[in-house]
Structures are given as C-alpha cells and as structure tokens.
Design a protein around this ligand. Structure first.
Ligand code: AP5
Length: 192
C-alpha cells in the first residue's frame, strides 16, 4: 500500500497516517518529522532547514526530494509507505512521479483531507496546550505568526496538487472536519 496524505497544516494528516501504519504495518514518512530530526541532530540539512521551518516556509524541493528518495529505499518500505506532508509543491509531485517510475513503484491513492481554515488555528492551539500539559516541547512553528505563513504556503504551493492528482485519477477527498474516528472510517472505505 502506497499512499499520499494531502491537506493544510493541522488537517489531521499525521493523526490518520499513524493509525494506518498500525493497520497495514507500513511506515509513515513525514517529511516534517524527518526535517525536525535533522534540525535536532544539527546535520547539514538540519542547519539549512531550521530558519526556513521556524518561519513557516517550505524547505527547498531539492532537499526533500533527496530525503524521500533515500527513505523509500529502506527495507521497512518494501511493503509500502504513507507519505505525510510530501509532496508539497508541483515540482515535488513531478519529482515523486519520476522517482516512483524509476523504482518501479505505483501509488494506490492520494487522500486529501478537506478542512475549514478557521478550525485549523484552534487545532494548532489545542496541540500546543496538549504538548505543554504533557511536559513536551512545543514545535517552533506552532505559533500564530508561523502558522499563518504555513497556511499561505499551503494555499499558494500545495493546494494546486489537488488538480495534479485529480488529472491522474488518483485523488480521493475526505471530510477532515469530522471527528478522528469518522475520518478514519471514510479512509478505510476508500482503501477497502
Ligand atoms: P509538517 O510537519 O508536515 O507540518 P504541517 O503540514 O504543517 O502539518 P501538521 O503536522 O501541523 O498537521 P497535520 O495535518 O499532520 O495534523 P495533525 O494530525 O498533527 O511540516 C512542518 C514544516 O516542515 C513545513 O512548514 C516546512 O517548513 C517543512 N516541510 C515538511 N515537509 C516539506 C516538504 N515536502 N517540502 C518543503 N518543506 C517541508 O493534527 C493537528 C491537531 O489536530 C492535533 O492536535 C490532532 O490531535 C488534532 N486533530 C487531528 N484530526 C482531528 C480531527 N478530525 N478533529 C479534531 N482534531 C483533530
């Protein structure tokens, strides 16, 4: 099973991807998590990505394409994977199409979570509150200013991907405003 989750920041991509990893025994490939790990380890990629991420902007296509291509080759991706937060620009989508073709792999579905923007700010605030309550570290881009920029980047650079995948016939849209269990049930129906 090879899937892509599309949707704005806070749409629930990570939440649903994690649930599917358990069900299908395949990994969640979150470019956001991979980049945050690189920042935490102060690798070369992490050093280049930190300021861009803190400002709510997108890291360069070149960096993320390379990270994903390497990650897909890992043994735990042999049965499939769930791409969460990648691709995020049309050039990334084209690079992924070529990458999969080169590796002889095909996507099963592209699932877009549709949500109202007003709800997203509240979800980000909830995540911050939950993280603080649990004694965790709040993401450096989970603040009103960076979140506004993340939404702008989404509208400008990522939203056009819906058309890209509608043209290939792979796009499936799910109401991301429903509660987590109902969203999962809709996704299960698509993948059945
Ligand atoms: P990334 O880590 O991918 O963040 P994001 O896309 O902004 O998405 P989030 O993690 O905020 O949201 P999500 O949709 O996963 O929602 P979640 O399930 O957590 O990217 C961060 C940064 O990395 C980018 O800004 C960029 O700089 C860089 N980057 C990453 N990938 C890149 C790429 N490909 N190219 C270039 N740069 C890249 O849910 C959010 C909250 O809502 C949670 O608290 C959750 O419990 C709650 N929730 C979830 N579902 C529901 C529901 N149905 N109802 C109510 N609450 C819900």
């Amino acid at each position: 099973m090879r899937l892509i989750f599309l949707g704005p920041p806070g749409a629930g991509k990570g939440t649903q991807a994690k649930l599917l990893t358990e069900k299908y025994g395949i990994p969640q490939l979150s470019t956001g998590d991979m980049l945050r790990a690189a920042v935490a380890q102060a690798t070369e990629v992490g050093k280049r990505a930190k300021a861009v991420m803190d400002a709510g902007q997108l890291v360069s296509d070149e960096i993320v394409n390379e990270i994903v291509s390497d990650r897909i080759d890992a043994a735990d991706c042999a049965k499939g994977f769930i791409l969460d937060g990648y691709p995020r620009t049309v050039p990334q989508a084209i690079a992924l199409d070529r990458m999969l073709e080169r590796k002889g792999l095909k996507l099963n579905a592209v699932i877009e979570l549709k949500v109202d923007e007003a709800a997203l700010v509240r979800r980000m605030e909830n995540r911050v509150a939950e993280t603080v309550a649990a004694g965790g570290t709040v993401r450096s881009d989970d603040n009103p200013e960076a979140f506004k920029k993340r939404l702008m980047e989404y509208r400008e650079k990522t939203a056009p991907l819906s058309d890209h995948y509608a043209r290939t016939g792979q796009l499936k849209t799910v109401d991301g405003m429903a509660d987590v269990e109902a969203v999962t049930a809709e996704i299960d129906k698509i993948l059945a």
